[in-house]
Design a protein around this ligand. Structure first.
Ligand code: ATP
Length: 229
């Protein structure tokens, strides 16, 4: 099965929610990532045929837009169950893990992995780690446009040399926060271990780390603490 999204644009009055988006998907699990307002929901609703594109075309197997068994699961638990009724070939899930506790989240991921063999599963989430190992490919959106479509390892490989661990005292920690994007902090005995995402080595004693998808998200979409104030 092939789902082709060609030159899709959606405008709401003067707001362009999705901007000339092109992607072709085959059977498998796709994690749709992007910050709030990047157009994920609008794109998914166009794929599900709930919203009409302003421009562009969506094709399944090269033709007739409509196939049976399109399903859009919405943001609650019941939505997932409903989406799975009738065994849809294309399953679209908008933040399906939002209301789930950790056990339910694990069960959900196992279920999706099991049923994805002959389906195209597209799921959006804010919890990057939920799709890190589940999705065959990650599709990243920013301001309505496609930033990247790649495997998790393809994406994290590009982040090599940009993720660092550094131990500082509490005094120095303030400076680090103002200057760098920080993906993790742990405190111990007056010392702070920080995980920093940065093009340059933040200090001579910094140690390079293996990048994760979360580091990538921070690199592209995160802010230095200073800017958030
Ligand atoms: N019906 C609408 N009318 C006007 N603007 C809209 C409408 N739906 C979405 N938008 C705007 O389009 C942009 C993309 O919204 P969308 O909900 O698709 O993003 P999103 O990535 O799903 O965000 P979130 O993660 O917050 O759900 C936003 O700026 C939003 O305000």
């Amino acid at each position: 099965m092939e789902l082709e999204i060609k030159n899709i644009t959606k405008k709401f009055k003067d707001k362009t929610a999705v901007n000339n988006f092109n992607v072709t998907l085959f059977e498998g699990i796709y994690g749709l990532l992007g910050p709030n307002g990047s157009g994920k929901t609008t794109l998914m609703r166009m794929i599900a045929d709930v919203v009409k594109p302003t421009e562009g075309i969506i094709m399944i197997n090269g033709r007739n837009r409509k196939i049976k068994g399109f399903s859009e699961g919405m943001k609650e638990r019941l939505g997932i169950a409903q989406a799975l009724l009738n065994d849809p070939k294309i399953l679209i899930l908008d933040e399906p893990t939002a209301g789930l506790d950790p056990n339910e989240r694990i069960r959900f991921k196992n279920m999706i992995a099991r049923l994805s063999k002959d389906k195209i599963v597209i799921l959006s989430t804010h919890i990057v780690s939920d799709v890190e190992f589940l999705a065959n490919e990650i599709v990243i959106m920013k301001q309505g446009s496609l930033v990247e479509k790649n495997t998790t390892s393809g994406i994290t490989d590009k982040m090599r040399g940009k993720v660092w661990s550094l131990i500082v005292d509490e005094q120095k920690y303030g400076d680090i926060m103002d200057k760098y994007k920080i993906s993790k902090t742990s405190m111990d005995n007056g010392f702070v271990t920080v995980r920093i995402v940065s093009d340059e080595k933040p200090a001579a004693s910094a140690v390079e780390q293996k990048p994760t998808l979360e580091d990538m998200f921070l690199y592209y979409f995160g802010e230095v603490a200073e800017k958030l104030r």
